[in-house]
Structure formats: structure tokens, C-alpha cells
Ligand binder design. Structure first.
Ligand code: C5P
Length: 219
């Protein structure tokens, strides 16, 4: 039986950086499920699909798979590695829109479940502990204040020439969280048996050490 760790939380909480480091320390694979929703959004955009009906229809031509090389996840869309193309503010927002469509969630559900059955995984997203892996061996809900999450995102993006101003990043984060928390299907929420980790006052290494401690205690 594989070991499954679920990490959920709002946008910019540092889930991917932390999950990647913890997975490397444990020898697990790290599955970033947000990348799957982002890839559906990219596919919908390429197909000119805008309404929920059009996006649902576009799923028929979306061939999405994940592959892993040296601990790094790559998303393949119809034979093309789109891992770099899906990291834009526009695709972040579009991912939030497509993720509210039940057919999209259903489409990605089996893929996520299969990965968790076949491998020891740390999977991060919004509904991993509540919907995808309700029997996960350890569930963590990772969060931080919106201002701190925006500050970290800004630092991450500031090396890029088209980095948006901090206030725009904060507004995007607030808007996306609200949409993710209030959608009808699989909304973002903390599973009852998840451990809440608020990282507002913690640095990256402290969070990694804290999570590794939880893994040692509970797995
Ligand atoms: O985690 P990331 O910011 O890449 O996710 C992009 C969007 O995908 C989120 O804002 C959310 O709407 C959606 N998502 C989701 N369920 C997941 C992972 C991501 O709805 N398990």
C-alpha cells in the first residue's frame, strides 16, 4: 500500500515549494494538482472555449498526463510539455474558473487517484484531503495571511520583467481564494482531520522541518 500525504491551502501559501522539499526528504513523488487545472485552462484557451459547456466539450480533445524527472513534475498536453507555459497570472485566474466546472474536476479525479494508488505521494491542491484522498495518511492545511502570501509571490516574480505590482498580486490572491472557497463543487476548505499550519511567522526551513516532524510522528 502506498503512503499518501495531502496538502491543501489557499493560493501562494508556499505549498509547492514546501511539498517538493518534504517529498525529496522522504523519497516520495510530489504531485502538484494545480498544474492539471492550469493545463485544462490552457487547453480551453487554445480551443477558444469560454462557456462551461464549451470547456466541458474541449475536454474530449485534452490529453493530459504527468511525468516525473529527478523529482520534478512535467505536465504533458497533447504531446507537448506545457509546464512553463501555465505559470502566468492569466492562466492562474483561468484555472480558477475552469476548476469550478464539475466535469473538469471529474475528468482530473481519476488521474490524481491513480497516481496516489501507484506511488508514495505528497499531493497538493485545494480538495486533496477532502475529496481526492479522504483517507490520506496525513493531511495538512497550509495557510498564511493574504498580505504575507502576496509578499512572497511578489518576491518570487520580481526577477521577471513583467512582474505585476504587489497590490495587484494581493487583489488576485484575494479574488482567487474567494472563488475557490465559494464554488459549489469541492470548495477549498480544511478537512476536519487536517493539521492546520499557519506559516505567516515562519520561514521556509521552519515550515519544512515542522512538516517533516509531523510525518515522523504520524506515519
Ligand atoms: O495551486 P495553483 O495555484 O496552481 O492552482 C490553480 C487553481 O487551480 C486554483 O486557484 C484552484 O482554482 C484550482 N485548483 C483546484 N483544485 C486543486 C488544485 C487547484 O481547484 N486540487
Amino acid at each position: 500500500m502506498s503512503i499518501n500525504i495531502a496538502i491543501d491551502g489557499p493560493a501562494g501559501a508556499g505549498k509547492s515549494t514546501i511539498a517538493r522539499a518534504v517529498a525529496a526528504a522522504l523519497g516520495f513523488i510530489y504531485v502538484d494538482t494545480g498544474a492539471l487545472y492550469r493545463t485544462v485552462a490552457l487547453h480551453a484557451k487554445r480551443k477558444g472555449a469560454e462557456t462551461p459547456e464549451q470547456i466541458t466539450a474541449a475536454l474530449q480533445t485534452a490529453e493530459i498526463s504527468l511525468c516525473f524527472s529527478e523529482g520534478t513534475q512535467h505536465v504533458i498536453l497533447c504531446g507537448e510539455d506545457v509546464s512553463g507555459l501555465i505559470r502566468t497570472p492569466e492562466i492562474s485566474m483561468a484555472a480558477s474558473v475552469v476548476s469550478a466546472i464539475p466535469a473538469v474536476r471529474q475528468y482530473l479525479f481519476d488521474l490524481q487517484l491513480e497516481l496516489a494508488k501507484q506511488n508514495n505521494v505528497i499531493m497538493d491542491g485545494r480538495d486533496i484531503g477532502t475529496v481526492v484522498l479522504p483517507h490520506a495518511d496525513l493531511k495538512i492545511f497550509l495557510t498564511a495571511s493574504p498580505e504575507e502570501r502576496a509578499r512572497r509571490r511578489y518576491l518570487e516574480l520580481s526577477a521577471k520583467p513583467d512582474c505585476p505590482p504587489m497590490d495587484e498580486i494581493l487583489q488576485d490572491i484575494i479574488k482567487r481564494d474567494e472563488a475557490d472557497r465559494n464554488r459549489a463543487v469541492s470548495p477549498l476548505r480544511q478537512a476536519e482531520d487536517a493539521v492546520l499550519v499557519d506559516t505567516t511567522q515562519m520561514d521556509q526551513q521552519q515550515v519544512i522541518d515542522h512538516l517533516l516532524g509531523l510525518c515522523r510522528e504520524r506515519l
